[in-house]
Design a protein around this ligand. Structure first.
Ligand code: UDP
Ligand code: MG
Length: 338
């Protein structure tokens, strides 16, 4: 048996990649990760093993076959392990399943489309090894190549949510991170179904180093996010990490009550002083419509939270796996945890 290295320690690294219809990107990613793995192995304190955890999120193309092919290879410098979902559950459940499967001391999460460049990994690894941080996170410095309307809404969203939530949610933060085991365990301990990853990372805290980098285009395939999907995701994020909208609803209620009180006094006084000329039904209509609208809005807000609570109380599993497996260990490596 090989003895433990004398160097401080040699962590095993897990790389989690959610994949939904990534048959074109995945081979490119796998090749690039192989190149980066060789680089990592040359470092003074190389990782003792790298495992790539692929989560097939119910892809409709050949993604799973590509994964099988990768797992069947014995020439890769990392081990391939995979989980395939019974259907498309979404990126957040895929990330959760991937994190659950990890055995490494350091865990990276990244996209399959090369928008999270694997070439950043050696630097992130070196930073984490210093022990100064618990997590190395990335954020984009610009939103080049994004429709301006989308950028404007994104900025507005971050401004608002940071005001009304106690989780620190960073604008432009990507889901590309390298973190230590305690951070992974903390994220996994948050077993909520409505998973807003950016908020979860902000909420768990830990010492995080932010690494800015330029936005890159997808290597192949298409983004799965439409504007509508992003908008719904943003609202989910607000509901998951802030109850301020509920408070706003109550404040709005109080304001309308006060307004009604003042108006009553005005109407009564006017009737006493000037008699009651039957007039003003347009203003009456306006008031009714306004108050009615505010009531519906507040009911809607309450309904949103009720719906979230309903989903959480059902305690359904976050994902369902159809199959799981793992490929051979790279030559000369032994398992992290049997
Ligand atoms: N993804 C997933 N399930 C989904 C949608 C996306 O696992 O339902 C994965 C996708 O394969 C990719 C990552 O999540 O690895 C990011 O997706 P995408 O590139 O479409 O998002 P964007 O980078 O445009 O935000
Ligand atoms: Mg992408």
């Amino acid at each position: 048996m090989e003895k433990e290295r004398s160097a401080p320690w040699s962590p095993a690294v897990s790389v989690v990649v959610p994949c939904y219809n990534e048959e074109e990107s995945l081979p490119i990613f796998a090749r690039e990760l192989a190149r980066v793995t060789e680089q990592l192995m040359e470092l003074d304190t190389p990782p003792r093993l790298i495992e790539l955890i692929l989560v097939d999120d119910g892809s409709k193309d050949r993604t799973l076959e590509v994964i099988h092919d990768l797992a069947a290879r014995d020439d890769l410098p990392y081990q391939v392990r995979w989980t395939s979902f019974s259907r498309n559950f979404g990126k957040e459940p895929a990330l959760y399943a991937g994190l659950e499967a990890t055995r490494g001391d350091f865990v990276a999460t990244m996209d399959a489309d090369m928008q999270d460049p694997p070439s950043l990994l050696p630097q992130m690894y070196a930073d984490l090894l210093t022990g100064q941080w618990d997590s190395i996170a990335t954020r984009r410095v610009d939103r080049v190549g994004e429709p301006p309307v989308r950028s404007a809404f994104a900025r507005l969203f971050y401004r608002i949510i940071n005001r009304i939530s106690d989780a620190d949610i960073v604008d432009g933060a990507r889901d590309f991170r390298l973190m230590t085991r305690p951070v992974v365990d903390a994220v996994l301990a948050m077993g909520e179904r409505n998973r807003f990853t950016k908020g979860i990372y902000g909420w768990v805290g830990f010492r995080t180093k932010w690494l800015p980098y330029e936005n890159v285009d997808r290597a192949a395939g298409e983004t799965k996010w439409s504007f509508l999907k992003l908008a719904v995701y943003a609202l989910d994020g607000v509901a998951a990490f802030s109850t301020t909208p509920l408070a706003i609803a109550s404040v709005l209620g109080v304001l309308f009550c006060l307004l009604a009180l003042v108006l009553t006094v005005v109407v009564v006084v006017r009737a006493i002083l000037f008699g009651d000329p039957v007039a003003g039904w347009p203003s009456l209509m306006t008031a009714i419509l306004l108050v009615g609208g505010a009531q519906l809005l507040c009911l809607g807000v309450i309904g949103q939270y009720l719906a979230k609570t309903y989903v959480e109380t059902k305690h359904r599993p976050i994902y369902l796996a159809r199959e799981q497996g793992e490929g051979p260990l790279p030559r000369g490596r032994k398992n992290v945890r049997p």
